[in-house]
Design a protein around this ligand. Structure first.
Ligand SMILES: [Mn+2]
Length: 329
């Protein structure tokens, strides 16, 4: 902690980054820190691979995000900067911004995922018990004694709200509400964040949802459920894979389901699998078998160079095997 404090207090310029297909927690953490550092007269580069997802455009500072393409046209003192990396621990999750982050003079990693894969080198503030990375950012700012403006508080609240599924997942504890209450006191508006995150779906999402439901495959008498989306689905509906991020969680909401999976073609030759469990099966272990990771109830992995159908059948086999191991054949 002291090391992180010292670096943050002394550095003049910062690169802020999160994982590919950024979610509310990752992007909110980036932008919260960006606003605070900017207000303190520091130079910041909130860098993302591609344009940020529309559904997160309510986050304060969203318009300041710099895409990799724009970054390459400008100049930023990368080698003299400190990179702050949010909501990931593995280098691979950085995608194409990895070379920029690695070229920085130092890295600070704030994350709440259990360790998997090749860790990104740097000073770490990693707590798998933290409900969100935004929670860690709040804790860091409080420990630094830095002021938290209302816009920063609202971003952090959005990250916390999103990663706890609106304060309903297992990771929601007393301290989650204490921090949420503090963020509201500082100016976060729960109704605004809730509305923007829960009731602001683009019409295209309903077409995606229709396809997901049409293709759903019920396994083991309803203990498992599986569906998929291809690049063609995203193209035809004019949506992006990030907009389908919570569909595995949605599938899990069916009564009796213990494990759900969404297979999504993210780009040609790259398929992402999201796994969700109600708690009796550890999907982090299941994901680890395929080189992925995550939490016991929410995990995932990626497959390269396989057609969607093959990944679907692989996932089906894994689900059936874990249900059989838990409940017998
Ligand atoms: Mn997170």
């Amino acid at each position: 902690m002291e090391t992180i404090k010292k670096i943050l207090e002394e550095a003049e310029s910062f690169i802020l980054a999160t994982h590919v297909n950024p979610d509310a927690d990752g992007l909110a953490s980036v932008l919260a820190m960006h606003l605070v550092l900017k207000a303190r007269g520091r130079r910041t580069l909130p860098l993302i691979e591609d344009t940020g997802p529309d559904f997160l455009d309510f986050l304060h500072g969203f318009g300041d995000l710099v895409t990799l393409e724009d970054f390459s046209k400008g100049s930023f003192p990368v080698e003299e900067s400190v990179a702050l990396v949010f909501d990931l621990s593995e280098e691979a999750r950085l995608g194409e911004v990895a070379p920029v982050v690695k070229a920085a003079r130092e890295r600070i990693i704030l994350d709440h995922h259990a360790k998997t894969g090749e860790p990104l080198p740097g000073v770490r503030m990693v707590d798998p018990r933290a409900p969100a990375t935004a929670f860690l950012v709040y804790r860091l700012l409080r420990d630094l004694g830095w002021a938290i403006p209302a816009e920063t508080a609202e971003n952090l609240y959005a990250g916390l709200y999103s990663d706890t599924g609106g304060f309903r997942f297992e990771n929601t504890r007393e301290e989650t509400f204490l921090v949420a209450a503090e963020l509201v006191r500082l100016g976060a508006r729960p109704a605004v964040v809730g509305e923007r995150l829960m009731e602001n779906h683009p019409p295209a999402r309903f077409e995606l949802l229709r396809r997901v439901l049409e293709r759903r495959e019920i396994l083991s008498g309803g203990r498992g459920v599986l569906s998929y989306l291809t690049l063609k689905d995203f193209e035809e509906t004019g949506s992006r894979p990030a907009e389908a991020d919570d569909l595995a969680t949605f599938l899990r909401s069916m009564r009796g389901v213990e494990i759900s999976a969404m297979v999504k073609e993210l780009r040609p030759g790259e398929i992402g699998v999201s796994l969700r469990s109600r708690g009796r099966i550890n999907v982090a272990e299941l994901a680890a078998l395929e080189g992925g990771g995550g939490h016991p109830r929410a995990a995932g992995f990626r497959k390269r160079g396989l057609p969607v159908e093959e990944v679907v059948s692989l996932v089906r086999k894994r689900i059936l095997a874990s249900l059989e191991a838990r409940y017998g054949g």
